[in-house]
Design a protein around this ligand. Structure first.
Ligand code: SF4
Length: 209
């Protein structure tokens, strides 16, 4: 099924492949990112609500009952921490994404745009103790930003809430609440996850003024 989310992800993957094949010829290296590398999986992930709903539906469909209950508890515990820790504290405390299982992304084929667009020349630098430490390239991040904007416009045009959401709190609202159903019926399904993003933007604005 070619859902909007699948289409966004494919478009991003194609444009990133094109970047490495044609635009990055002067960069004397190849991306160090690959399936199984989780060096940046303890960063905050902001995503389109449609991506969040897709991931939540995938977990509900594919996890056995016990594993789903464990995932729900893990998400609920981490969501409480997301809501009290800022990004730097989160990074320092090395809290891994709840979707990381045995050092592997358990939703790799549908991982968010934000995860797909991280391309580093040196995965070791991603493990340094600050979000600024990694050698993530600007080119892929600009391509990612363009797809994020397109996805947001398309979501808005469909009459749905297009505001970005934070992954873990959003999963808590989807798996332990009725956030996904509310969002699908054009309501504001993820107020807590949206607030995390808004607070982060406010804090970055304050830092720069
Ligand atoms: S969704 Fe997957 S790739 Fe993204 S942070 Fe979580 S585990 Fe890592």
């Amino acid at each position: 099924m070619n859902s909007p989310v699948t289409r966004w992800h494919k478009k991003l993957d194609v444009q990133l492949a094109d970047f490495w094949a044609n635009e990055a010829v002067l960069i004397p290296a190849t991306p160090d990112c690959k399936k199984g590398c989780s060096a940046c999986c303890n960063e905050r992930v902001f995503l389109n609500p449609a991506e969040l709903v897709t991931i939540a539906a995938f977990l509900m469909r594919t996890l056995k009952r016990g594993a789903l209950e464990r995932m729900k508890r893990r998400v609920a515990r981490l969501a409480k921490l997301v809501e009290v820790e800022n990004i730097e504290e989160w990074w320092r405390n090395e809290r891994p994404c709840p979707l990381l299982v045995a050092n592997d992304c358990s939703v790799y084929s549908i991982r968010p745009i934000a995860c797909r667009g991280r391309h580093s020349l040196d995965a070791k630098t991603c493990e340094l103790d600050s979000p600024e430490g990694s050698k993530c390239l600007t080119g892929p991040q600009l391509i990612e930003a363009k797809i994020v904007t397109e996805a947001m416009s398309e979501t808005e045009a469909a009459g749905a809430d297009s505001r970005p959401v934070e992954l873990i709190v959003g999963l808590d609202e989807a798996l332990n609440g009725n956030g996904a159903a509310v969002w699908v019926s054009r309501g504001r399904g993820f107020p807590r996850a949206t607030k995390v993003v808004d607070d982060e933007i406010d804090s970055r604005i304050k830092e720069t003024t």
